[in-house]
Design a protein around this ligand. Structure first.
Ligand SMILES: Cc1cc2nc3c(=O)[nH]c(=O)nc-3n(C[C@H](O)[C@H](O)[C@H](O)COP(=O)(O)OP(=O)(O)OC[C@H]3O[C@@H](n4cnc5c(N)ncnc54)[C@H](O)[C@@H]3O)c2cc1C
Length: 487
């Protein structure tokens, strides 16, 4: 029977990163991907009209630009180019004011009114410390930090519910902005550690920006795939793996899959008690995604929104909280909180001259079957009157469509698991090395492992590191030599 050293199932950012690291270490690796193209949650497709290039999943990459492993892999050599919008984020409020997140902390603070000084106090210890912070935060909480003092300062703020962190900032603009930043975790603002999500995104804006890859997210995945291939790895697309028996014999199998995906393929090779623990893993809410082709830019009322790569749409902290509370409790939001991005404002390769792509999603309950297009567009119209008049075409996708596009996103859960309770820190189970299963040849490398969702490849990196140590006998120093990342 055919034999390779390692097999990776799934060519999302984490699977490709794991394969790149293994291949660089001289391990023969083969990747199997169900879709006809690589990328998973980092792809670009012509979803609407000819000439419009949409990102069906991720579009904006603060954690990608700030990822230690992407930096170590030097993806720029394989064509990745980051495009930085003038502003990372604009957040227009119902009263006409706007909070903005800029590269400069002072410029950001200046848009937060009376909360400006409090904002600067919150971010101050971490400014110019991104490399250390990313190294210590984008990994399992069980690892000993490189800079314990910095990490402790981060945890003191990050462990708080965003509601408490916001209470330190006496201005609605800052509170709404933080509620929106924490909204990426799809949890209620009173949940512990939602403050950490908001803080990490704010710090990323100051350290590395919130860029788009030129040409769309696919170019990031293509660069990762090129790295795998030039390091000697092989990638097979259009092959949905159903069983371990159809794979070549290998010393290690790494799954860039949801917990359900892992159980479906390899559940019978895992001990019963571990399977029972995996089955307790809980999903979070889903998303409703709309990709638009526009005849002209979004007609935002607020000037600042035109200069921002990402625009959060939620009139106040209370409105955002109500939307998140509804979805977490299984109800669709009547006034949804929207995360929107406008890549073609800064990258002309994405749409025909003068025309634009526009990327929007709202949170909805897990596996929700309704159509949120009306409420989403009503919400955009509040901040960009005349929006509907510039829509040429739209591609809407609710949870079932999102799952059909990528089986990892069960019930439309793009985070591969609920952010809350112990799952906010430990995933998929409480373990010192969460990538390893009790079967010494089976590993999980997807965003169902720490540090969780987002296009950063760090789950893949840590899983590959675990495999190099446990299966191929490389010591920490040798792994660090291969990866270029300090242990
Ligand atoms: C609508 C949406 C918006 C998002 N926005 C952002 C954003 O702006 N910024 C950001 O950083 N993150 C964003 N994310 C999250 C991000 O895309 C994911 O966290 C990330 O892609 C996870 O990477 P992964 O490698 O773990 O898994 P995935 O990207 O899900 O990749 C898994 C791969 O495995 C393949 N696969 C599944 N089952 C099988 C099988 N049986 N056999 C073979 N292959 C299989 C899938 O086809 C897929 O290619 C978004 C996600 C979605 C859906």
């Amino acid at each position: 029977m055919e034999r390779v050293d390692a097999v990776v199932v799934g060519a999302g950012p984490n699977g490709l990163t794991a394969a790149a690291i293994l291949a660089e270490a001289g391990v023969t690796v083969r990747v199997y991907e169900a879709a006809p193209v690589v990328g998973g949650g980092a792809r670009t497709e012509p979803l609407t009209l000819p000439g419009f290039l949409h990102d069906p999943c991720s579009a904006v990459h603060p954690l990608g630009a700030g990822s230690p492993v992407f930096r170590a892999l030097a993806l720029e050599r394989h064509g990745l180019e980051w495009i930085q919008p003038e502003l990372a984020l604009a957040h227009p409020l119902g009263d006409g004011s706007v909070a903005t997140l800029a590269r400069s902390p002072e410029q950001t603070a200046a848009t937060l009114g009376a909360a400006g000084r409090a904002y600067l106090r919150i971010v101050a210890p971490f400014l110019d410390r991104w490399d250390t912070l990313a190294h210590d935060v984008l990994r399992p909480v069980t690892s000993w930090p490189e800079d314990p003092l910095l990490f402790a300062q981060f945890v003191a703020r990050a462990g708080l519910p965003v509601k408490l962190l916001s209470a330190l900032m006496p201005d609605e603009r800052a509170r709404a902005m933080f509620a929106g930043l924490a909204g990426h975790a799809i949890a209620v603002p009173t949940s512990p550690a939602t403050g950490g999500v908001a803080l990490l995104f704010a710090l990323a804006a100051h350290a590395v920006g919130w860029p788009f890859p030129r040409g769309g997210s696919q170019s990031l995945s293509d660069a990762l795939a090129a790295h795998v291939r030039t390091s000697g790895g092989e990638i097979i697309t259009g092959h949905r793996v159903e069983s371990l028996d159809e794979l070549p014999r290998a010393r290690a199998y790494l799954f860039d899959l949801s917990v359900e995906g892992l159980l479906g393929i390899a559940g019978d090779r895992l001990p019963g008690p571990y399977v029972t623990r995996l089955r307790r893993y809980r999903h979070g809410p889903g998303v409703f995604k709309i990709d638009y082709a526009l005849s002209e830019p979004v007609p935002w009322t607020a000037e600042e929104c035109r200069d921002a790569g990402t625009v959060h749409v939620g009139a106040s902290e209370a409105e955002i909280t109500a939307a998140l509370r509804a979805v977490v409790h299984g109800r669709p939001p009547s006034t949804p909180f929207l995360i929107t991005a406008q890549p073609s404002r800064f990258d002309p390769t994405r749409a025909p001259p003068g025309q634009h792509v526009f990327w929007v999603y709202a949170h909805v309950p897990f596996d929700w079957r309704g159509d949120l297009t009306g409420p989403v567009e009503q919400q955009i119209e509040r901040f960009a009157p005349g929006f509907r008049d510039v829509v040429l075409a739209r591609a809407a996708a609710g949870p079932p469509d999102i799952e059909a596009r990528n089986p990892n996103n069960v019930g439309g859960d793009i985070a591969l698991g609920r952010f809350g309770g112990v799952q906010a820190l430990f995933r998929p189970v409480i373990a010192r090395t969460p990538y390893a299963t009790p079967n010494p040849s089976i590993y999980l490398c997807s965003s169902a492992t720490p540090p969780g969702p987002g296009v950063h490849g760090m789950c893949g990196y840590h899983a590959a590191r675990t495999v190099l140590r446990r299966v191929f006998g490389l010591g920490d120093e040798s792994v660090a030599e291969v990866t270029g990342i300090r242990p």
